[in-house]
Design a protein around this ligand. Structure first.
Ligand SMILES: *Cc1c(COP(=O)(O)O)cnc(C)c1O
Length: 410
């Protein structure tokens, strides 16, 4: 366990501390929850810190990226672009060119036009690339919560469209379709939901392969593996998933255990959420008309900016009790930004609470810093500290820097 007080003393707050031992534990747990031989892609969207990418890559994870910046993090982490899957609905010719130049050769295609752009970019670079077709599968019977497919979506090919139009489509000569990519659910509420979604994807992949005449060499079943966000708690344990997946695969894709298709999965939050702890100092504790406010040095500029979408995050963080003697205090935890929206927690109960205290917000390794409002109010970005076996390996800080655009640049 990192010495959080010593880290706060040395590096100041707000600071994120990422514990690489916990990262390894999460990766091991996910490996054990999936059929053996499965590839696991780490989705950099959850946290692009190169030290996390480097450790996960070292453990055998592949890397799922969706921008030039995420690709730069892969390179900064010393990882090979041969392990990268490039995804996303808005890949521009310029970023495709950059990805190809760096050595990326596997893309998820989100539409016919996207596939043509991938093909054209490969042609310009005189290379051949592999593609997975991202599929927006038909709606599940019964539905299951946070689904992103089955309705209209900017992601992927609608199943119906693919089956209707594929035979008339001429895939670019520089592209080979290797299989399908599904990502129907995120942060699934329980194991049964996860298995249900993956089973539907397996069935859909088998049917599509038949109907489109695409040999299924590779199947990316996406993810949905859950994790707590900014509150105490532990990652779910998926004890039945492996057997459930094997059963579905035996039924629909009986050659899977001979590697046809090879299987892959994706995760952001399950892998990195619980390795991260946000340290924030209490600057002021004040009363206003019967309510107590604890003003912290971290707000939506450091955590929880995604809550602006009104969908992704719970409204309340739950710092661990710092064990201070004294009566419990119930306070709203607010950040330093000059907007009443900057509230991280409502009516949070903490024992004793005084200016100078350092609060620890657990489970903040995923969708923490880079999913926050980094530029809003122009405060310094929180420090990020990497810890391994209790020792600080590195500490760094992102900065937003204004650069001048050259007149001839486009
Ligand atoms: C966001 C995303 C992920 C990661 O989602 P988590 O819920 O963090 O595991 C994986 N794959 C794709 C395609 C994504 O867009």
């Amino acid at each position: 366990m990192p010495d959080f007080d010593a880290i706060a003393d040395r590096y100041g707050t707000p600071a994120y501390v990422y514990d690489l031992n916990r990262l390894e534990q999460a990766y091991d747990d996910l490996v054990r929850a999936l059929p053996s031989g499965s590839l696991i892609y780490y989705s950099l969207k959850a946290n692009p810190h190169p030290a996390l990418v480097r450790r996960l890559g070292g453990l055998g994870a592949r890397l799922e990226v969706s921008s030039a910046g995420e690709l730069a993090a892969v390179l900064a982490a010393g990882q090979s672009c041969r392990n990268v899957l490039y995804t996303g609905p808005g890949k521009t010719p310029a970023e495709l060119g950059g990805a190809l130049a760096a050595g990326v050769r596997l893309f998820s295609a989100e539409s016919f036009a996207d596939m043509r752009r991938i093909g054209a970019a490969a042609d310009r670079h005189s290379v051949h690339v592999d593609c997975l077709l991202r599929v927006n599968a038909p709606a599940a019977v019964g539905g299951s919560g946070l689904r992103m497919t089955g309705t209209s979506s900017q992601f992927g090919f609608d199943y119906e469209q693919l089956t209707a139009e594929w035979s008339a489509f001429r895939p670019p000569a520089t592209v080979t379709v290797r299989g399908f990519h599904f990502f129907p659910v995120t942060n699934a509420r329980d194991e049964a939901t996860l298995l249900d979604e993956m089973t539907q994807s397996i069935r859909c992949a088998a049917q599509l392969s038949q109907r489109l005449g695409i040999p299924l060499e590779s199947l990316d079943l996406g993810g949905g593996f859950a994790a707590p966000y900014a509150v105490p708690g532990s990652r779910p344990r998926y004890v039945a998933l492996r057997a459930g997946l094997r059963k579905a695969l035996d039924k629909w894709l009986p050659e899977w255990d001979r590697g046809r298709p090879s299987l892959s999965f994706e995760s952001g939050r399950y892998l990195v959420a619980d390795c991260g702890t946000l340290l924030a100092s209490v600057i002021d504790v004040k009363e206003s008309r019967g309510r107590t406010f604890a003003v912290l040095d971290a707000g939506l500029n450091a955590l929880g900016g995604l809550s602006a979408t009104g969908r992704l995050l719970p409204a309340s963080v739950g710092p661990e009790d710092i064990g201070r003697p004294g009566p419990p205090i119930i306070a709203d935890l607010v950040g330093p930004l000059c907007t009443p929206l900057d509230r991280l927690g409502r009516q949070v109960k903490l024992n004793g609470l005084a200016p100078g205290d350092v609060l620890r917000v657990p489970n903040t390794g995923a969708y923490g810093l880079t999913a926050s409002l980094l530029g809003f109010l122009s405060r310094p970005v929180a420090t990020e500290v990497i810890v391994s076996s209790g020792h600080v390996e590195e500490a760094s800080r992102l900065a937003l820097v204004r650069t001048t655009e050259g007149e001839t640049q486009q």
